[in-house]
Ligand binder design. Structure first.
Ligand SMILES: C[S@@+](CC[C@H](N)C(=O)[O-])C[C@H]1O[C@@H](n2cnc3c(N)ncnc32)[C@H](O)[C@@H]1O
Length: 245
């Protein structure tokens, strides 16, 4: 199979899928730094992974050439979600699937609730998102592009209540990797960056970025706890088969 990864980041999921399957993968991304990192992560499966520099709104490939496609957290960034979906549909073979996980606001978001607006803004600013789509908006975009949508659901409520998706961001676990997220860890990181920025041990602005990421982490935790946000809205879309198939 030839599989397209729409808007890969540093290529982790693509490299893992290549390791555990016999498929060939092509990723499209418009960010040069990420392409370099992705090549590095996939060096052991490089012969089955191709990294394309390009815009997923205009995929530089012919029609009907991929057996499957997937996207993880990349559609919310598309200026025109139906247009991005149409491009994915165009390059897929008839009957092929397009699968995705997206960050979305849920029906629990109350637009009149000031706290909800603060949480939503914190997630957007801290993650450089121009907006966060609702689940129906993603479904509408896929339908408008011409996809069938056999499956679309928020997977967050299905997770173990004792291990919610935002738990790692809370800094409550007694593990080494949790320390930077505790109040003590955050204060130490802040101090280290403040001291280290002066002699240029760290690039100027490191502390500001760290502070911003903490805002994002807190907003994500609150978004998860209130149920107004999900990072795992799952969809399985299918390009209709040709009537003569
Ligand atoms: C939030 S990241 C998600 C990355 C990855 N899918 C993951 O789960 O880690 C969104 C990615 O989409 C890429 N991207 C955004 N707009 C794009 C576009 N128009 N064309 C290609 N890539 C794009 C960004 O460079 C970024 O790497």
């Amino acid at each position: 199979m030839q599989v397209l990864y729409v808007g890969y980041g540093v290529g982790g999921p693509m490299a893992n899928l290549a390791r555990y399957s016999g498929a060939g993968f092509v990723g499209i991304n418009n960010n040069t730094y990420r392409i370099e990192r992705a090549r590095h992560h996939a060096r052991d499966v490089g012969s089955r992974c191709r990294f394309m520099h390009g815009d997923y709104m205009r995929i530089p490939e012919g029609d009907d050439c991929y057996d499957a496609a997937f996207a993880i957290k990349s559609m919310p960034r598309a200026p025109d979600k139906a247009g991005a979906s149409r491009e994915a549909l165009r390059v897929l073979r008839p009957g092929a699937c397009f699968l995705g996980y997206e960050w979305c606001v849920t029906d629990d978001l109350d637009p009149e609730n000031a706290e909800h607006q603060l949480i939503r803004n914190g997630i957007m600013v801290g993650n450089a998102l121009p907006e966060i789509a609702s689940m129906p908006e993603i479904c509408d975009a896929l339908h408008a592009a011409g996809f069938e949508l056999p499956e679309a659901s928020d997977r967050a409520p299905e997770s173990d209540p004792g291990m919610p998706w935002y738990r790692a961001l809370q800094g409550r676990d007694f593990t080494l990797s949790s320390i930077p997220r505790t109040p003590f860890g955050r204060a130490l990181t802040n101090l280290t960056l403040r001291v280290g920025e002066r002699p240029r041990l760290f690039p100027e602005g490191s502390r500001a970025v760290s502070t911003l990421l903490n805002v994002a982490a807190d907003a994500l935790v609150e978004g998860g706890r209130s149920g107004m946000f999900t990072p795992v809205f799952f969809f399985l879309a299918r390009k209709p088969s040709r009537s003569d198939d």
